[in-house]
Write a protein that binds this ligand. Structure first.
Ligand code: PMP
Ligand code: GLN
Length: 383
């Protein structure tokens, strides 16, 4: 967590956003949208502030939001979730992940993840004193091998931490893999924790299947999501956990001493958002799919080998056809060479295991069409 000089090491996202700001390059590094989300959601937050919803909300989250989360789970996934006993509102998915891992992981317990892995997982596992056991994902489709998952899970495993749609690769997990994770959790008395923050951002007719809908999930699965990506409100930090009561309560026991509560006026606004008509959710995914295609075509035309993400904000581009052997060095030069910022995939991989990802770059396509067109035009000159 600390750099060589003892100061906090900035996250790769902060570092690359700073590079973009310093060079004036187009920032396709950190994944955040450059447009506001639905106007009625923004207006609902303004109204909540005007109506005086500015003090501590209840520890579990405001009832209106917990009910909206339960309703959302029923509407999209047919899941029955009790808003009083099985839902907890958190300061983004980040706090949900931290509280969950701190609740369940003791010194030396193993946490299995899919690697490349979202950067905060490794840090939180370390804070909890856990041991990180990665299941490797391989280009170009980044799907986990069931045998590798079987090999990674054992009696010391406490948590199988899955992320689908997956950051950084955009892979979406098959139901069979979710079933295997749940079966292994039962066999080894572990739990499955799923990070589903990109649940509505899936493409090409692919469906997001929550692990909580699979056989044997009840009492074994902690589901985590967030409003940030769905409503383009990444700065509001409204996330949530849904899980059987005893699991939810264990997470609450930690959350109450991390942030206690969060985001009072944003909670009713997100409740409203979760109830928007289907057209909002399908429209957002379709618009993002068009952006994926626009940036992917640009990267391909520039000479990269490009993966086809089924979800998320991100596409993985292999720069090996451009003669690149070190994507980290390439990404440091890219603002000068092309006026674009991307993140080397190795930033999501432990230093000992980086070799297979040496030439890959993660680019975010959650940007305005004209920004992506400009980025594609600039990248055309990179070869
Ligand atoms: N998990 C994943 C996979 C993410 O990509 C992100 C944010 N980009 C988070 C968690 C954090 O979500 P939040 O901003 O709601 O804390
Ligand atoms: N999740 C975002 C990404 O992957 C960044 C969030 C952050 O900066 N922590 O780009």
């Amino acid at each position: 967590l600390l750099g060589d000089d003892g100061s906090p090491r900035p996250t790769i996202f902060a570092e690359m956003s700073a590079l973009a700001a310093a060079t004036g390059a187009i920032n396709l590094g950190q994944g955040f949208p450059d447009e506001d989300g639905p106007a009625e959601v923004l207006e609902a937050a303004r109204e909540a502030i005007a109506a005086g919803i500015n003090q501590y909300p209840p520890g579990l989250g405001m009832p209106v939001l917990r009910e909206a989360i339960a309703h959302h789970q029923r509407r999209f996934y047919g899941l029955e979730v009790d808003p009083d006993t099985e839902v907890l509102v958190t300061a983004g998915a980040t706090e949900a992940l931290a509280a969950t891992l701190l609740a369940f992981v003791d010194d030396g317990d193993e946490v299995v993840t899919l690697e490349p892995v979202y950067d905060s997982y490794a840090a939180i596992i370390a804070l909890a004193g856990g041991r990180h056991v990665p299941v490797p994902l391989a280009a170009p489709d980044f799907r986990p091998d069931p045998d590798a998952l079987r090999a990674a899970v054992g009696d010391r495993t406490r948590v199988i931490l899955l992320n689908s749609p997956h950051n950084p690769t955009g892979a979406v997990l098959d139901p069979a893999l979710l079933d295997l994770a749940i079966e292994l959790a039962h066999r080894h008395d572990a739990i499955v924790v799923t990070d589903e923050v990109y649940e509505h951002l899936v493409f090409d007719g692919v469906r997001h299947v929550p692990a909580a809908t699979r056989p044997g999930a009840h009492g074994r699965v902690v589901s985590i999501s967030s409003a940030g990506k769905t409503f383009s409100t990444t700065g509001w930090k409204i996330g949530w956990v849904t899980a059987a009561r005893e699991l939810r309560d264990a997470v609450l026991a930690v959350k109450q001493f991390l942030s206690y509560v969060n985001g009072a006026p944003f909670q009713p606004a997100i409740a409203l958002g979760l109830g928007l008509p289907d057209a909002f959710f399908t429209g957002a995914a379709a618009a993002l799919q068009a952006k994926r295609d626009l940036l992917s075509d640009g990267l391909r035309a520039a000479g990269f080998a490009v993966s086809r993400p089924s979800g998320s904000y991100f596409v993985i581009a292999d720069a090996a056809p451009l003669g690149v052997e070190d994507a980290a060095a390439f990404c440091r030069e890219l603002p000068e060479r092309a006026g674009v910022v991307g993140i080397p995939l190795t930033a999501f991989v432990h230093p000992d295991r980086r070799a297979p990802f040496r030439s890959h770059v993660r680019f975010a396509f959650c940007k305005r069409t004209e920004v992506l067109e400009e980025a594609a035009a600039r990248l055309a000159g990179v070869a």
